[in-house]
Ligand binder design. Structure first.
Ligand code: E4P
Length: 217
């Protein structure tokens, strides 16, 4: 499973990348706002740090507007993926970008049928938003399971990018179902290392080692 970082915060991205865990990055307008820096500069910097795909979201509502934005974003790095919302105009843009060999990430996917449409349009990635579905009392993981079945039935090579991850169990379940990628907030990524038995084990090994190190000295 590939791990993307869901962030536009350069320090967070550098830290996660330093752990050797980052296969790519996803951004969105909210994350850019949170980072509080110029959009282009932020993406260019991320692109210079990370080798893998960097998703940059279009804001236009029409296919032509999205394609014009894509032309601009593609000059910001050689690993840019154009993030496009799940609308009829968006799917027209995905189809056109596919013809131009440009990678796309269809975002705000909340149903398996939306995922099917995006795969038919030729999306590189589709992003089902787990947490936001859970927030309204739906089961985000069921949607991922349904999408996995559909893509396998028809051998679509569109990758399932589990998004809106809220906690480590989302990642575990998405991995069991067979999502290709999880895009993870940096704080959640760090929590994957945690286990109380690991922490206790380290403490007791260190305290035992201190005793024989002392005895030797
Ligand atoms: C995915 O690409 C989105 O940026 C992200 O996962 C949205 O997550 P949120 O629901 O926590 O805003």
């Amino acid at each position: 499973m590939k791990f993307f970082i869901d962030s536009a915060d350069i320090d967070e991205i550098k830290k996660a990348n330093g752990m050797g865990l980052v296969d790519g990055v996803t951004t969105n307008p909210t994350l850019i706002k949170k980072a509080g820096r110029d959009h282009q500069q932020t993406i260019e910097e991320i692109s210079s740090i990370i080798d893998g795909p960097i998703s940059v979201e279009t804001l236009g509502q029409t296919c032509d507007e999205m394609l014009a934005e894509a032309d601009t974003y593609l000059t910001w790095g050689d690993n840019i993926v154009i993030k496009i919302v799940m609308t009829p105009e968006g799917m027209k843009a995905v189809k056109e970008l596919k013809k131009r060999n440009v990678k796309t990430n269809v975002t705000l996917v909340f149903s398996p049928l939306q995922a099917l449409i995006a795969a038919k349009a030729g999306a590189t990635y589709i992003s089902p938003f787990l947490g936001r579905l859970d927030d309204i009392g739906h089961d985000g993981l069921t949607i991922i399971d349904q999408i996995r079945t559909i893509f396998d039935n028809y051998a679509y090579d569109t990758q399932i990018l589990a998004a809106s991850i809220r906690h480590p169990m989302h990642i575990l379940s998405a991995a069991q179902i067979g999502a290709d990628v999880a895009t993870i907030p940096a704080s959640t990524l760090l929590r994957l290392f945690d286990h109380p038995l690991t922490a206790n084990g380290i403490d007791s090994f260190l305290s035992d080692a201190k005793q024989w190190l002392h005895a030797k000295a």
